[in-house]
Design a protein around this ligand. Sequence first.
Ligand code: ATP
Ligand code: MG
Length: 301
Amino acid sequence: MVRNVAEEIAGLEAEDFYLLSGVEQGMRFSEYVDRDKLPEFSRLTPEEVDYRLDRCERRGLLKRKTIQYEGYRLSFEGYDALALHTFAERETVEGVGAPLGVGKESDVYEVHSYRPFALKFHREGYTEFREVNREREYTADHRHVSWMYTARKAAEREYDALETLYPTVSVPRPVDHNRHAIVMERLDGVELERSRLEPEQVVGVMELVLSEMATAYEEGYVHADMSEYNVFINSDGITIFDWPQAVPIDHENSVELLQRDVENIVSYFQRKYPAQVDAVDTDRITNAIRDGTFETSLAKK
Ligand SMILES: Nc1ncnc2c1ncn2[C@@H]1O[C@H](COP(=O)(O)OP(=O)(O)OP(=O)(O)O)[C@@H](O)[C@H]1O
Ligand SMILES: [Mg+2]
């Protein structure tokens, strides 16, 4: 697991961040950045680099290797530190609070600002990275940066989707984005999976989720990872979150992905509330979403 670096950051100085971003720049060209190139990348004197390397390595923000040449790369914590530092400079984030969720592919924290937000660090490349590392498979190709690149791309995709969909679709309001991290509105409520609905609410909530999916489709996106774990519910309604894998509706697999999303949601409600949800024609729902007639098809029922 990646450590929370928020406390570490408070003890860092501006030059430490120059060094970290120097390492980040050097990692565009090689897996580990040659120590001798760091003064140039970080615009620090060699003496400063020595001093800062030691501080950052001790804090687990950098990793060192000494085979072939002495080189450094960022750890995920180092990458987190850079993103957090940027958010702090932009005054998006004042402090990091408790974890809100640890997903397979992210760490989400509550953050303090002028109002409570959620900060999501993407970890998409992390597993692959650990495996590759263990097998010592890496060569001089570009897989060396894959974890940073993969996580950054996922954050960009999620932020783009949120920006397009908010506020027409009920998604968390996007606030800021940097590197592999996004800041968004902090949602109140619980995941659908942890909720227990009253019998008379069940069908209405299921239709609400499907109608948000229909609106997202009208706005150009299929979520592509719909499940009871990616929907929040509270007394005001539902919110669909976790959008990094969303695909545009002109994507070659968008129809199958939409179909699968509809089936996932419907089958969740059927399993959990068999007495309230009868047989549902998921093909008909998928088609109605694609035709833009989902709401009217409900009315006709
Ligand atoms: N905006 C938010 N407000 C409050 N809590 C949130 C918010 N976004 C995410 N969370 C919490 O963090 C958890 C993980 O978030 P999310 O589902 O976006 O990440 P993930 O890593 O992609 O998850 P998965 O395990 O589905 O791959 C959520 O289940 C939820 O509990
Ligand atoms: Mg999720």
